[in-house]
Design a protein around this ligand. Structure first.
Ligand SMILES: CNc1nc2c(CCNCC3CCCCC3)c3nc(N)[nH]c(=O)c3cc2[nH]1
Length: 376
């Protein structure tokens, strides 16, 4: 998988690049929506079919493994065929989803045992079988099986967790490199840096991850409740060590401000469920700040959701109408709000990329960061 740097900001570590995968190229910086949202075509009562220009989507290994299950996905010829998406797909390894979705789980050297949140059945994820699972799903970019170190935690715990993640990484690489893709196109494996919020552990993990010399590298263990300053400090340490010529993926990040600050720290790829999750609750991200559409103040505001947006639903629907839909718990409200937020995130990273190419990113970022956090 080839990554070409096209521009670098002079006042920060921001980069613009192109990542070529078996299912097409990705322009970075990039925001990656969750698959169920990224491929949705928003069909509304006006028969307006408009899809957001997502370039790559995320598949959910943990969920797909449990339902519809690997036999269905294998028979379908992989996830691209199954959900009719012929662009690039990235899947996480499932470890984080087990940690965040299940109560009953045990972490051992062998792997992680857990009970399905769907039917309570018992399962075991190991570095080896999550490589096999991601081979069957067929994502273009797959993630190593890691332990997302909980926050906060003692230094000794972070150290032990880091060492196990590195031992699991070796098992992932051995398994991945000794198996073939199932559907006739190459897949690539990204290792994941851990180390919690301890500078020396982050440096050590970044060095170990870089030593595997993979096509891209991820930073995990952040956006887990730590203060933003800690997130930025750890990202800074790690991007100083990870190779310049490989994409860096900061997992689970973040708010629009987090994304801009981390682009300035040299991050190329992001994912976050916030745009869709918060949308259902009426939280709209806009280029002028954050709107809580359920607020009384929008009750009779018949202005467009976002006039400057090139998304049709932003122009034809009013704030008052969307407020009504969300308060009435209408599905259409969640659809419009999710579409709006995803479109905004994709617009934001596209703007960032253009400013990096122009050489004006840093000034633009400083201005945007002041506006994006405002409550309208
Ligand atoms: C939200 N914060 C956060 N997320 C993290 C995630 C998950 C990233 N998102 C995955 C997608 C979520 C939607 C469905 C498809 C997969 C992390 N994943 C791994 N493997 N390791 C982390 O340290 C790790 C750390 C993370 N921190």
């Amino acid at each position: 998988m080839k990554f070409t740097l096209q521009a670098k900001d002079t006042a920060s570590k921001a980069r613009a690049g192109v990542l070529e995968t078996a299912h097409g190229e990705i322009q970075t910086p990039i925001f990656m929506p969750v698959g169920t949202a990224g491929t949705v075509k928003a069909v509304h009562q006006h028969e307006l079919v408009q899809d957001i220009q997502a370039q790559i989507i995320l598949g959910n290994t943990y969920h797909l493994y449990l339902r519809p299950g690997l036999d269905v996905l294998h028979k379908a010829g992989g996830l691209h065929k199954f959900n009719h998406w012929n662009g690039p797909i990235l899947t996480d390894s499932g470890g984080y989803q087990v940690y965040s979705l299940t109560e009953v789980r045990k972490i051992r050297e062998e792997g992680v045992t857990f009970r399905s949140h769907i039917d309570g059945s018992k399962h075991l994820f190991t570095p080896e079988n999550v490589m096999d699972t991601q081979r069957i799903i067929g994502a273009d970019i797959i993630m190593a099986f890691d332990e997302c170190t909980p926050y906060p935690c003692e230094y000794s715990y972070a150290r032990k967790s880091l060492d196990m993640t590195h031992r699991w990484l070796k098992r992932c690489v051995d398994r991945f490199d000794s198996t073939e893709p199932l559907y006739g196109y190459e897949q690539t494996l990204f290792p994941i840096v851990q180390g919690s919020v301890y500078k020396d552990l982050r440096e050590k993990s970044a060095e170990v991850i870089a030593s595997f010399n993979r096509d891209g590298n991820a930073i995990g263990g952040l956006s887990v409740g730590e203060p933003a300053e800690e997130m930025y400090a750890m990202t800074e340490v790690v991007t100083n060590i990870l190779p310049q010529d490989r994409p860096r993926y900061l997992m689970g990040v973040g708010t629009p401000i987090n994304i801009l600050e981390n682009i300035a720290l040299g991050i190329d790829m992001f994912d976050c469920v916030m745009p869709t999750r918060n949308a259902r609750n009426g939280m709209l991200f806009t280029q002028h700040g954050i709107i809580n559409i359920k607020n009384e103040k929008w009750k009779a505001d018949f202005s467009p959701i976002e006039a400057e947006s090139d998304l049709l639903v932003d122009q034809i629907h009013t704030k008052a109408y969307l407020r009504h839909l969300i308060r009435s718990q209408e599905i259409l409200g969640a659809q419009i709000a999710s579409l709006h937020n995803l479109h905004f995130y994709l617009w934001l990273v596209k703007q960032a990329r253009e400013k990096i190419v122009e050489g004006t990113f840093y000034i633009w970022k400083e201005k945007m960061v002041k506006v994006l956090g405002q409550r309208l």
